[in-house]
Write a protein that binds this ligand. Structure first.
Ligand SMILES: Nc1ncnc2c1ncn2[C@@H]1O[C@H](COP(=O)(O)OP(=O)(O)OP(=O)(O)O)[C@@H](O)[C@H]1O
Ligand SMILES: Cc1ncsc1CCO
Length: 528
C-alpha cells in the first residue's frame, strides 16, 4: 500500500469498452498516468471474477510503478485479493462500515453521492472521499441518477464543509467543460473540488496522454489562485472612486471598440433594448436560432439572455455554452422567475448548462433565485418595499451562484460575493415604463463587453483559469450607472411630460452620456 496522502485531482475511472479500436488498455493507463492521472479506479461491471483479478492486479502494478494509488469499484474481495489501496462503493454496494472492517487499516473508502442526504450519510459513516455525480449526462453508466450540474455538485460539496472528507465530481466531465465544473462547484466557504473523475475523455481518447494532460493543467490552473473577477473585493477606502472611474473608462472603451452585443431577449423590449445598445456605442444583434450560436459567440463581445417571453430556450442553452467556451460574458435576466414553475425550472436548466457572469433581476427575481419568500412577485414586477438586509442577500447569492449579482429597484445592489455596493442613482419614471430592467440588462451586457475588450487587449487574463475575461463587477456597475444617470438627466428635461416622452429622452441621454457625466453623478456606497 502507498503511504502518501492520495491526490484526487485527476481521478481516472477505467472503462475498457470505451477504448478506441486497437488501443491497449494497459498502455492507455500508463499514458494517462504519465499525462497526470493521480489516482485510478478499476471499474469492471461485466467481466468474470477471474478476469477482474487479472486486470486489477496488472493495473495495480502499473499504478504503483508510478506511485499512484489504485482503487477497486464495488468489489471488496478483489481489493483484498490484489492488495489495492481501497475501494469505491456505490449507494447500493456494501456499506462503508462493513468494508472498513474487512479492509486493512488505512484503506481508502469512497462512496458515490447523488444528493445532500447521501453526502451527510457519507460523513456519518466515515468515508474517505465522496464521488459527487453524475454532474452531466453520461453513457458510461446504465443506471444513471438525476444529473446535478455544477450548482448541484456545489450544494453537495457544501455539506462537507468543516470535514476532512475529500470530494471528486464525476459524470460527463471532459477538458472542454472541466473549468465550468470547477468554477461552478465551489462551496460558499470557498472550498473547491479535490478532483475530477473522468472516464470517456481519457479512455476513448486517441491520445490518452494529451487528454489527461489537458485535464491536469486545467485543474492546476484553476486551483492556482481564485478567478480574477472576484478580485475587486478589497476594503480599500478609495474603492468607490476606483469603481466609478473604472466604469467610466468602460464607456470610453465601448465607444472606441463598438462591441457586438448578442441578445436573446423578450419581444416586449426588443426594439428599445437594441436602440439602447446603439446609443451606448455598441452594436446589437437579436438572434435566437440554435444553428448560429457558435458563429455569434466568436464575434460578439457579450451575450444577454433575458427570458421575459421564454420562447427560445434551446437557443439560450446553446448560446450560453458557446459563450462559456469562448470566455465571453453572459448576463442573465431571469424575468418573472418567481411567477411560474416553468420559469423556475427553465432558469435551473440554463444555469446548470452554463455559468453566468452577471445575474440581474428585480428584488422578486433575485429573491426567488435565493429561495427567499421575503419579497413577492406580480408577473414581471416586484411587490413591496424590498429586503431587510439587501447587502447580505446579494452577497450570499453571488457566492452561491459564483457570479456577480445585480438587484435593481429604488436602490440598486451589486455584489461579487465579497463586497456589496449600493447605487443610489435613478428616477422613479424608470419604474413606470415597461422594460427598464431589461434595458439595464442590455446596458450591463454592453459594459461587460467593454470590460472583456479591455482585458483581452491587455492580455491580463490567464485563459486556462477563467470562464470569462474581464472585470464583471465593473461591467455590472457601469451598466446600471449608465441607465440610472441617463434617467436622471432625461427626467429633468423640459420636453419630458410623462412616461411617453421619457423613453425617447432616455435613449437620447444614453446617446449623449459621457464618462465625465457618469463620474460626476454617480452615488455609490460600499459595504465591505
Ligand atoms: N423608484 C425608483 N427610483 C429610482 N430608480 C428606480 C426606481 N425604481 C426603479 N428604478 C431603476 O429602474 C431600473 C429598473 O429597475 P426595476 O427594478 O424597475 O426593473 P424591473 O422591475 O426588472 O423592470 P422591467 O420588468 O420593467 O424590465 C433600475 O436601474 C433601477 O435603479
Ligand atoms: C411586460 C413583460 N412581459 C414579459 S417580459 C416583459 C417586459 C418587462 O419585463
Amino acid at each position: 500500500m502507498l503511504t502518501n496522502a492520495p491526490d484526487y485531482s485527476v481521478y481516472l475511472v477505467t472503462g475498457r469498452d470505451l477504448l478506441p479500436s486497437g488501443a491497449d488498455y494497459y498502455q492507455v493507463i500508463e499514458q494517462a498516468i504519465k499525462g497526470g492521472a493521480t489516482i485510478v479506479q478499476v471499474r469492471e461491471k461485466k467481466c468474470q471474477t477471474w478476469d477482474f483479478l487479472e486486470i486489477a492486479s496488472r493495473t495495480k502494478e502499473i499504478c504503483h510503478k508510478h506511485n499512484v494509488p489504485v482503487l477497486i469499484n464495488d468489489r471488496v474481495d478483489i481489493a483484498l485479493a490484489i492488495e489495492a489501496d481501497g475501494v469505491h462503493l456505490g449507494q447500493e454496494d456494501m456499506p462503508i462500515s462493513i468494508a472498513r472492517k474487512l479492509l486493512p487499516k488505512g484503506s481508502i473508502i469512497g462512496v458515490s453521492c447523488n444528493s445532500v442526504e447521501d453526502a451527510r450519510n457519507a460523513v456519518k459513516d466515515g468515508a474517505g472521499y465522496v464521488g459527487i455525480g453524475p454532474v452531466w449526462f453520461t453513457q458510461t453508466k446504465s443506471d444513471l441518477k438525476p444529473t446535478l450540474g455544477p450548482r448541484g455538485a456545489g450544494e453537495i460539496l457544501e455539506t462537507l464543509s468543516g470535514t476532512q472528507i475529500k470530494a471528486v465530481a464525476i459524470g460527463g466531465i471532459k477538458s472542454s467543460n472541466v473549468l465550468r465544473l470547477l468554477h461552478g462547484a465551489v462551496s460558499t466557504s470557498d472550498r473547491p473540488l479535490d478532483g475530477v473523475a473522468v472516464v470517456g475523455d481519457i479512455m476513448a481518447a486517441q491520445d490518452p496522454f494529451a487528454a489527461t494532460l489537458r485535464l491536469s493543467e486545467c485543474y492546476k490552473a484553476f486551483t492556482k489562485s481564485p478567478p480574477p473577477q472576484f478580485s475587486l473585493g478589497s476594503n480599500a477606502s478609495d474603492l468607490s472612486q476606483n469603481i466609478v472611474s473604472h466604469a467610466a473608462t468602460l464607456l470610453k472603451t465601448i465607444r472606441e471598440v463598438g462591441p457586438l452585443v448578442h441578445q436573446i431577449t423578450n419581444n416586449v423590449v426588443m426594439n428599445q433594448s437594441a436602440n439602447a445598445t446603439l446609443a451606448l456605442g455598441a452594436s446589437p444583434i437579436m438572434a435566437t436560432a440554435v444553428q448560429e450560436m457558435e458563429d455569434l459567440s466568436k464575434v460578439s463581445g457579450a451575450l444577454l439572455i433575458n427570458f421575459g417571453t421564454i420562447g427560445d430556450k434551446l437557443g439560450m442553452l446553446e448560446a450560453g455554452k458557446c459563450a462559456n467556451a469562448t470566455r465571453k460574458p453572459i448576463v442573465f435576466d431571469p424575468v418573472a422567475i418567481g411567477a411560474t414553475q416553468h420559469r423556475r425550472s427553465a432558469a435551473n436548466e440554463l444555469l446548470s448548462a452554463w455559468q453566468a457572469s452577471v445575474i440581474k433581476g428585480n428584488p422578486a427575481e433575485i429573491g426567488a433565485l435565493a429561495n427567499s419568500a421575503e419579497v413577492k412577485t406580480l408577473g414581471v414586477d416586484s411587490l413591496g418595499s424590498g429586503f431587510a438586509d439587501p447587502a447580505n442577500l446579494v452577497r450570499r447569492l453571488a457566492k452561491k451562484e459564483r457570479c456577480i449579482i445585480a438587484m435593481t429597484g429604488k436602490k440598486d445592489w451589486v455584489s461579487d460575493g465579497k463586497v456589496a455596493i449600493c447605487i443610489n442613482n435613478g428616477h422613479e419614471l424608470l419604474s413606470k415604463i415597461t422594460g427598464s430592467g431589461c434595458m439595464v440588462g442590455t446596458s450591463v451586457a454592453t459594459f461587460c463587453a467593454g470590460a472583456s475588450a479591455v482585458a483581452t487587449s491587455a492580455s491580463t487574463y490567464d485563459d486556462e483559469r477563467v470562464l470569462v475575461r474581464g472585470d464583471m463587477l465593473a461591467g455590472a456597475i457601469g451598466g446600471i450607472l449608465a441607465i440610472t444617470v441617463a434617467s436622471e438627466l432625461a427626467a429633468s428635461r423640459q420636453d419630458v411630460k410623462g412616461t411617453g416622452t421619457f423613453l425617447p429622452a432616455l435613449i437620447d441621454e444614453l446617446y449623449n452620456l459621457t464618462p465625465e457625466k457618469l463620474v460626476d453623478r454617480a452615488q455609490i456606497e460600499i459595504f465591505g
